[in-house]
Design a protein. Structure first.
Length: 460
């Protein structure tokens, strides 16, 4: 007699519809191959073109990345003040260094943006640079005042087709000028294309702007026929929690979410210190979840329902534990009108941001990931933490508007039209014309973000 043991936890879609390569040591990173056990299958498939582009990119990375002869060649004399000393013959290997800055949500969105730009411009991104990388000591200090900052060089007429520097710094932050943000335009690309090393410091999801370069747009349409899946597919490819974080995700999921009939994620980000804010935001969360029928209403009188009770699991993430405590108390003190049960779970309450403290960042990633596994999600306006959570889950979120002058906004929230993150501070014009235009009026697939007042645009 042969006993056949079938492991019911063997994932069916280990390679996420081909977006991941099979060429990988599974035990070293369990989340890569186990994530499909925890996600609902979504109707979005990566295009064959994206898959082939990723496989070619992996070959390029192996040929050019740290540790190769090409990398050694390319770093020789890098950082020498005089560009004439620099070795320019690096063949097909060109590099983008992504600088890790700001919180985790910012980092994840910008890493995806820089990676996509690298795919489009046939560069190689490097996010784990060897410590002896020649510019390492200076990178954190780069800003608009740096002489190799691209926007600054343009303003000073210090760059032209005949004088290509060995490295350039791209400043794509909330305070960037249009000269910094427009690096992707065809005219700029003819200069930047020749530069072997690009150092990018970003804190915005600049992917929507790449569609304004006609050459990139032709590629992008082939890579992402469904335009709102850009971040979703890049994230499935790029971001895989370590075994430590994956343990935190799966333990929480199995204990609090797996048995529920319906799961709801609520991400509460507080950008003010006003004391009255807590109650306003709490009222707003309740108003939004009840109005949008994401949670059952509270009963006005006690009734005896005999039908089977549905279990709603609510995952609340916030630096501040008060929000989940209040919600939990509310559903404990008062029954729901349907008799259904609401169970509230909060993984952590760190109180304040502690970026670069390992355990703090691990908790933040575990919570972003857990939020992405819920059926529905409510997020705070303008928070990149929330943007990553909903986009990674392929979810169209409900966005809690920012309260205006301390009042609960009416309506309290809005359903987003797409699962793409918002480019919060997009440029004020396209590539063709220097005149200020509304970018949301140029292409039918780019529109204003629902949750930002000014320049924010997103793909849909
Ligand atoms: P943003 O500032 O909302 O755009 O998001 P970021 O992720 O870039 O920065 C906020 C940082 O604060 C996170 O990376 C965490 O370190 C911390 N943080 C904010 N909200 C939460 C939360 O709900 N849970 C946890 N664990 N950390 C949070």
């Amino acid at each position: 007699i042969v006993n056949v043991i079938v492991d019911s936890k063997e994932p069916k879609d280990k390679l996420l519809r081909g977006i991941l390569t099979a060429d990988f040591d599974e035990d070293s990173c369990l989340s890569r191959h186990q994530s499909s056990l925890y996600r609902k299958p979504l109707p979005y498939k990566p295009s064959e073109y994206l898959i082939s582009k990723l496989r070619s990119y992996e070959i390029l990375h192996r040929r050019c990345g740290p540790g190769t002869r090409a990398y050694k060649e390319a770093t020789k004399n890098l950082g020498h003040d005089d560009d004439n000393y620099a070795s320019k013959s690096v063949g097909e290997c060109r590099y983008i260094v992504w600088v890790a800055a700001f919180g985790l949500g910012n980092r994840i969105l910008t890493l995806a943006s820089v990676f996509l730009y690298a795919l489009l411009s046939r560069s190689c991104t490097s996010w784990l640079l060897p410590h002896d990388f020649p510019l390492m000591k200076h990178i954190d200090g780069y800003n608009m005042g740096y002489s190799r900052c691209y926007g600054t060089m343009l303003n000073n007429h210090a760059i032209s087709a005949n004088s290509t520097p060995q490295h350039l710094y791209l400043h794509i932050l909330h305070d960037s000028r249009d000269v910094d943000k427009m690096f992707f335009c065809p005219k700029d690309q003819t200069l930047i294309d020749k530069v072997p090393w690009l150092i990018v410091n970003a804190n915005v999801y600049f992917v929507p702007s790449l569609w304004f370069n006609p050459t990139f747009q032709t590629e992008l349409v082939k890579l992402f026929p469904q335009k709102e899946t850009v971040f979703y597919h890049l994230a499935l490819y790029l971001f895989h929690p370590t075994n430590q974080v994956w343990g935190m995700v799966t333990r929480s999921y199995d204990a609090y979410l797996s048995r529920a009939d319906q799961t709801l994620g609520i991400q509460v980000r507080v950008f003010t210190r006003r004391a009255s804010y807590l109650q306003h935001l709490m009222d707003q969360i309740v108003a939004c979840t009840q109005r949008e029928k994401l949670l059952p209403e509270l009963a006005t009188q006690v009734s005896n329902t005999s039908r089977s009770k549905k279990l709603n699991a609510v995952l609340v993430t916030s630096l501040h534990p008060e929000y989940s405590n209040n919600l939990k108390n509310m559903y404990w003190e008062i029954p729901t009108s349907t008799g259904d049960i609401v169970q509230v779970y909060r993984p952590s309450g760190e109180r304040f941001q502690q970026t670069d403290k390992k355990l703090h960042d691990q908790k933040a990633l575990a919570e972003i990931y857990l939020l992405s596994l819920t059926d529905n999600i409510v997020i705070s306006a303008g928070s990149t933490f929330g943007y990553v959570a909903h986009s990674l889950g392929g979810l169209k979120p409900w966005l809690l508007y920012r309260p205006v002058s301390g009042r609960v906004p009416d309506p309290p929230c809005v359903r987003a039209v797409s699962m793409e993150p918002c480019y919060i501070t997009s440029p004020s014009h396209g590539c063709e014309n220097k005149k200020r235009i509304d970018l949301a009026t140029v292409f039918p697939f780019v529109r204003h973000c629902e949750d930002t007042r000014h320049d924010g645009v997103k793909l849909f």
